[in-house]
Design a protein around this ligand. Structure first.
Ligand code: FES
Length: 168
């Protein structure tokens, strides 16, 4: 049978164990509360899908109705931790003060840059003679589909182009 002093010692030991266990649990909780958000903050850029940059193509008044104009620009593309300066371009056709056709500048056949032939009123791809009308529809040649488009918005009189190609 345990003596009273031994019972006191055992109670002291189990109190110490309890306290040290409680301190360890609290310390782990505090450590987790600090490190988990920090790790999340560090790795979150790598987990986010790359954003589609938006670029101003200038004032809507810079474009004439139904007269295609090629616009070239630079923008910053962010992918994870990497941000790089990239050049881009688009063919813009003004349909009204707020409506535009904004085409990706690569032909839908094999990706050659095409141009606007003002005399014929057609987009012409020099690589294999692909021909598109002002709305991007294929008129002749090997392109398998209409011109791809870029999304846009008009904000405060400016044409803003989103660098995200929508396949036709
Ligand atoms: S790449 Fe344009 S027609 Fe072939």
């Amino acid at each position: 049978m345990a003596q009273p002093s031994e019972v006191g010692q055992q109670a002291e030991i189990s109190r110490r164990r309890f306290l040290s266990g409680a301190v360890a649990v609290i310390a782990s909780f505090i450590g987790g509360a600090i490190t988990i958000p920090a790790i999340g903050h560090i790795i979150s850029p790598a987990l986010k899908p790359p954003e589609s940059p938006q670029v101003s193509a200038g004032s809507v008044n810079d474009f004439q109705l139904r007269q295609p104009k090629r616009v070239d620009f630079f923008y910053y593309k962010t992918d994870g931790w990497i941000e790089e300066r990239t050049s881009g371009s688009a063919w813009v056709v003004k349909l009204s003060e707020t409506q535009f056709n904004v085409f990706d500048p690569r032909c839908t056949h094999l990706g050659c840059p095409y141009g606007w032939d003002a005399e014929r009123g057609q987009f012409v791809c020099p690589c294999h003679n692909g021909i598109f009308n002002i709305n991007g529809q294929v008129l002749a040649g090997p392109p398998p589909r209409p011109l791809d488009r870029l999304q846009y918005t008009v904000q405060k009189g400016e044409l803003i182009i989103k660098q995200e190609v929508q396949r036709a």
